[in-house]
Design a protein around this ligand. Structure first.
Ligand code: KIV
Length: 293
C-alpha cells in the first residue's frame, strides 16, 4: 500500500499534503488514454508556481499546464509574444518542484514560447529539452501545417507533444485579435486537415481554443489517439482547460465568455478548484448555452 509522504516543513510553511491525491497513481499517457476510452473527461488547469501546483494537484486536476499565459498573469505583459524560454524554464521548474514536494501525481505540460520552435525542428528539440529537464512531461506548441513536422521530430525523440489550434495567442497579431476561429467553411476545413496531420505526426493532445462547439466535437470524434482539450470550444471535447486566475475570478481584465468563476459559491481556493474538476468530470462545465459559440 502506498502511503502519503508529509511535505517537508519550511520556515515559510509547508506545501499541502495531498491526502487522497497522494495515493493517486501518477497521470501518464496510457492513463489519459484509458480515461478517454471510458468517457472520463480530462481536467487541465494552468499553474505557475510551487504552491499552486500542489493545491491544484491536491484538488485532483489531471494535468497542469505551465502556459505562456504566465506572461499576462505573472509578468503583466499584454500578450504572450514577449515570454522567453528562460521564463518558461523558471516557472516549469517551480511547478515541478511543488509537485515533487507534495508527492503529486499530475501530468505536467509546458509551453514552448513564441520564437523558440519556428526556426527549425532542431531549435524546437533544443528548447523542448530545456523544459523537459526542468520537469515537464510534455511540451505544447501552437499552430498547424508546418508544426506537424516539428511534432513528428520531437515525438520520435521521446518528447510527448500537445498541439494547439484555433485561437493561438502567440499569433494574435496575425489573427487580428482574440477571435473565434474556424467559423467559415474554409477555415473549418483547414483546421480539420491540420488536426489530422498533427495526430498522424504523433501529437497526443490538442488544445482547441475558441473554436465553435460543433467543429470541436467533430474533431474530437475524428481523432482517436490525440485527446482534444477545449477552452472556449464547448463541451464536446475530451477535456477542458482554463487559466487558473480566470477561473478564480482574479483576472485583471475582463473574463472571456467561456470562463466560469468557480470562486462563486466556494469556501476557499482549493474548494473552487475541486469544484472545477467535478464540473469538468460530470460535464456541467462548460455549459454550451453560456460558454460556447
Ligand atoms: O498559455 C496558456 O495558458 C494556454 C491555455 C490558455 C490553453 O495556452
Amino acid at each position: 500500500m502506498t502511503t502519503a509522504v508529509a511535505p517537508a516543513p519550511t520556515p515559510y510553511g509547508s506545501l499541502p499534503t495531498n491526502s487522497p491525491q497522494a495515493l493517486r497513481r501518477p497521470v501518464s499517457l496510457p492513463r489519459l488514454a484509458q480515461m478517454r476510452e471510458r468517457g472520463e473527461k480530462i481536467s487541465v488547469l494552468t499553474a505557475y508556481d510551487a504552491t499552486f501546483a500542489a493545491v491544484v494537484d491536491a484538488a485532483g486536476v489531471d494535468c497542469i499546464l505551465v502556459g505562456d499565459s504566465l506572461g499576462m498573469v505573472c509578468q503583466g505583459l499584454s500578450t504572450t509574444v514577449g515570454v522567453t524560454l528562460e521564463a518558461m524554464r523558471h516557472h516549469t521548474d517551480a511547478v515541478a518542484r511543488g509537485l515533487r514536494r507534495a508527492n503529486g501525481s499530475t501530468w505536467l505540460i509546458s509551453d514552448l514560447p513564441f520564437g523558440t520552435y519556428q526556426e527549425s525542428k532542431e531549435q524546437a528539440l533544443r528548447n523542448a529539452t530545456v523544459l523537459m529537464q526542468a520537469g515537464a512531461h510534455m511540451i505544447k506548441i501552437e499552430g498547424g501545417g508546418w508544426t506537424a513536422e516539428v511534432v513528428h521530430f520531437l515525438v520520435e525523440r521521446g518528447i510527448p507533444v500537445c498541439a494547439h489550434l484555433g485561437l493561438t495567442p502567440q499569433t494574435v497579431h496575425a489573427l487580428g485579435g482574440y477571435r473565434v476561429q474556424g467559423r467559415e467553411d474554409h477555415a473549418a476545413q483547414v483546421m480539420r486537415e491540420q488536426a489530422k496531420a498533427l495526430e498522424d505526426a504523433g501529437a497526443s493532445m490538442l488544445v482547441l481554443e475558441m473554436v465553435p462547439h460543433a467543429l470541436a466535437t467533430e474533431l474530437t470524434n475524428e481523432l482517436k489517439h490525440c485527446h482534444t482539450i477545449g477552452i472556449g470550444a464547448g463541451n464536446g471535447t475530451a477535456g477542458q482547460v482554463l487559466v487558473l486566475h480566470d477561473m478564480l475570478g482574479i483576472n485583471l481584465g475582463k473574463n472571456p465568455k467561456f470562463v466560469r468563476n468557480f470562486m462563486e459559491g466556494a469556501a476557499s481556493v482549493p474548494d473552487a478548484i475541486a469544484a472545477y474538476v467535478r464540473a469538468v468530470k460530470d460535464g456541467s462545465f462548460p455549459d454550451n448555452a453560456v460558454h460556447a459559440w
